[in-house]
Structures are given as C-alpha cells and as structure tokens.
Design a protein around this ligand. Structure first.
Ligand SMILES: NC(=O)c1ccc[n+]([C@@H]2O[C@H](COP(=O)([O-])OP(=O)(O)OC[C@H]3O[C@@H](n4cnc5c(N)ncnc54)[C@H](OP(=O)(O)O)[C@@H]3O)[C@@H](O)[C@H]2O)c1
Length: 231
C-alpha cells in the first residue's frame, strides 16, 4: 500500500525540519528549501523523502518546482518556510516590505492555490506556520507581524471556502522556538534568554501531528504553542 504524501516547506532547518522528520514516520515527505545542498543531509537521513527545491518568494521558481513535482494527490501541506525581518519602522524600504510579503504571504498563497486540486482529491490538511506575531503587535514588528496577520486572515478565509471540499486548514501560532530564527531575533534585541525559555521544534511538530491525525470530522483550526517561561 502506498503511504500518504506530505509536503513541508522550510524543511532544511528549524521547525520545518522537525515536522518533516515526524511526518516521515507515516508519510512520504516532500521536503522544501532553496537549495538541494541544504536538503542533502535530510535526504540521506530519511528513506522516503523527495526534494522540492525553490525560493517560495520567487514566482517563477515556485511555479517550475510545482510543475516538476506533478502531484495529483496531497494529504498534508505544511508551510514552514518564512523569514523574520524585525526592526524600526523607518528603516524599512518598499523592497524590504515586498520581500517579506513575497516569502511569508504571496508564496504561501501561490503554492496553496496550485496544490488545491491535489489537496481536494485527498481531503487533505493545510498547516500554516503562523506566529504569536499573527496575534499580537509590538515595536519592530510592523513587517513580520504584518505578514503573519495577513497569513492568519488568509487561512481563515481559505478554511471557510474549503469546508465543502473536505480540506482542513490549521494555523499554528508558536511563541519563541529554539531555531536559528528565534535565536537571531532575541540575540539582536539583547534578550536571548535561557534555553528553557524556548519551545523545542519537536514540540511544534507534535502539535502539527495532533492536527494531522485528528479524525476527519474535526479540525484543529488554531493552535497556540508558547514557552512556559517568559524570556
Ligand atoms: N522560531 C520561532 O520562534 C518561530 C516562532 C513563531 C513562528 N515561526 C514561524 O515558523 C516558521 C519556521 O521558522 P523557523 O524558526 O524554523 O525558521 P528557520 O530556522 O530560519 O528556518 C527557515 C526555513 O525556511 C526556509 N526558507 C527561508 N526562506 C525561504 C524561501 N524564500 N524559499 C524557500 N524556503 C525558505 C529555510 O530554508 P533554506 O534557508 O535552507 O533555503 C529554512 O528551511 C516560519 O514561518 C516562522 O515565521 C517561528
């Protein structure tokens, strides 16, 4: 019997890597990153993975990768690729705004739309790695938080549209997770904090697993996973 299929973007590092490793126990996993080299170790480590190499912020790159992939059934789509550009409002150029929205919002929307027929065919589940920044606003967060608020609204609208097609839509909102991204943000703002003040990527993967494995009559629409300790 063939295994169900999952596509995880941002699978070379951090949260996406943990989710890919966890889903690989039960699924064939298509793993995304911007270069094949970044995925080489994972491809060696796991027996049943397929690389999906593209820059999700570049329309031509994404379109070509989806065409090459050619899936007609997809059980799980996890959007973990993302960038966090956090700094004072008046330091952002129009190009900075554009790049963050291209990666965190437009690429996610484009990839989801292209794969919707395959998701509908499998009654699949779409998981958006959102953030606490998609719920709360704060200094330095205009661009990153702006992208994540947009992503939350997009997921909410998509969920309503897809109910009748049997596609579930899940937004996961982590607090600080122990990855390159969070370490960099907290280091640059002088509040790196203790190891215990980060959630582990494997814990986020466990949350995604609950949503994926839920009986199909139910969907975990919004999951917030935050550190117990404050930074
Ligand atoms: N870490 C946190 O505390 C935290 C909290 C809340 C939400 N999140 C969200 O969770 C997601 C994952 O974060 P993370 O901490 O795991 O980040 P990370 O450690 O920086 O990893 C980012 C991943 O995204 C990929 N990526 C980045 N830009 C890309 C692009 N243009 N095209 C394709 N892939 C791209 C990277 O691949 P390559 O660089 O290898 O190409 C890498 O696999 C993000 O959406 C982030 O906003 C993170």
């Amino acid at each position: 019997m063939t295994r169900p299929v999952a596509l995880v973007t941002g699978a070379s590092r951090g949260i996406g890597l943990a989710i890919a490793r966890d889903l690989a126990r039960t699924h064939t996993v298509i793993v995304g990153a911007r270069s094949a080299g970044a995925l080489a170790a994972l491809v060696d480590e796991l027996p049943d993975v397929v690389p999906f190499v593209c820059d999700v912020g570049e329309a031509d790159s994404l379109a070509a990768a989806v065409t090459t992939l050619g899936v007609d059934r997809l059980d799980v789509l996890v959007h973990s690729a993302g960038i966090a550009d956090e700094r004072r409002f008046d330091t952002f150029t129009r190009d900075d705004w554009r790049r963050s929205f291209e990666v965190n919002v437009f690429g996610v929307a484009d990839l989801t739309a292209r794969l919707l027929p395959a998701l509908r065919a499998a009654h699949g589940t779409v998981v958006f790695l959102n953030s606490g920044s998609g719920m709360f606003s704060y200094p330095d967060g205009a661009v990153y938080s702006g992208t994540k608020f947009a992503l939350r609204t997009m997921a909410d609208c998509l969920r309503e549209e897809e109910r009748s097609h049997g596609v579930r839509v899940v937004s996961v909102h982590p607090g600080f997770v122990d990855t390159d991204m969070a370490r960099m943000i907290r280091r640059e703002s002088g509040r790196e904090g203790s190891d215990e003040s980060y959630v582990q990527p494997s814990t986020i993967a466990a949350g995604v697993r609950v949503a994926v494995d839920a009986p199909h009559e139910a969907q975990f629409e919004t999951i917030s996973i935050r550190p117990t300790l404050r930074a």
